[in-house]
Design a protein. Structure first.
Length: 261
């Protein structure tokens, strides 16, 4: 079954004025004398092929039918004067801005490709941040230092960590006996991460630990060597991340230069 775009999705293109440059181009249909240019169908086909669909006569016929329906409704909306509505005008301008922003992003990415060296440097930074160990850790989160000291005292008297964790402020881990699962220290806020690095397998924190979330009592169930993914395994994700960072910086630079009153 064809997975063509819905009528509503195509409406954004109908809101945009027909480009005079298309006037002499091949037309796929004339609707009450108004041309639907071949280039418009080709644009939709290109977008769908990029999503994994195959270019076929069936797909093109379905898109042609959609665009005829679209043009019929747009013409009727214009007859009713809806194209002059302030809300419609604002939505049309927003749609135009979104198309232009998409074009800018694609153009910038094309002109500023991410290099192999940049990807390798990002990979090395990621590996250094991950470290070479991961920890199977539990914690109990409470409001006050006094509560945390009380928990440590109870644990010293052989109280079960899992039982005390049931009252943790961290309700997600409380239901799991305080377990946060396997994680690397850099996944946590710095004070928590530093505490982990100072604990061995089977040890728990002897003093309450404070973070912005409250007071913690930490227990390390196990420690194992961390096998980081290879560069080839995460290269696409690194490429995407770097590209997004570059585009964000470009936009931030434009914003910094703009006169905003």
């Amino acid at each position: 079954m064809l997975k063509i775009s819905k009528f509503a999705t195509l409406a954004i293109f109908g809101a945009l004025a027909v480009n005079p440059a298309f006037a002499e181009e091949k037309s796929v249909a004339l609707v009450n004398g108004v041309s639907i240019p071949q280039a418009r169908v080709d644009l939709r086909v290109k977008a769908l092929v990029a999503q994994g669909q195959a270019d076929s006569p069936e797909l093109r016929k379905a898109l042609r039918d959609d665009m005829i329906n679209l043009e019929v409704v747009v013409q009727e909306a214009n007859k009713l004067g809806l194209n002059k509505s302030e809300e419609v005008l604002q939505q049309t301008e927003l749609a135009k801005q979104q198309v232009l922003v998409g074009a800018f992003v694609q153009d910038y990415a094309k002109k500023h490709p991410v290099s192999e060296d940049q990807i390798k440097q990002e990979y090395d930074k990621m590996k250094a941040k991950l470290g070479d160990k991961e920890y199977n850790v539990r914690h109990i989160l409470v409001e006050t230092e006094a509560e945390a000291k009380s928990i440590i005292e109870q644990l010293g008297k052989k109280a079960k960590f899992e039982k005390l964790a049931a009252k943790s402020k961290d309700t997600g881990s409380a239901a799991q006996g305080g377990s946060l699962g396997w994680a690397v220290p850099s996944n946590f806020v710095p004070p928590f991460a530093n505490a982990l690095l100072n604990l061995k397998k089977g040890e728990r924190s002897k003093d309450p630990l404070q973070t912005q979330f409250g007071w913690h009592v930490i227990m390390v169930d196990d420690i194992r060597d961390l096998k980081a993914p290879s560069l080839d395994e995460i290269k696409p994700q690194l490429h995407q991340r770097l590209q997004q960072q570059m585009i964000k910086k470009a936009i931030d630079d434009l914003r910094a230069k703009a006169k905003v009153e």
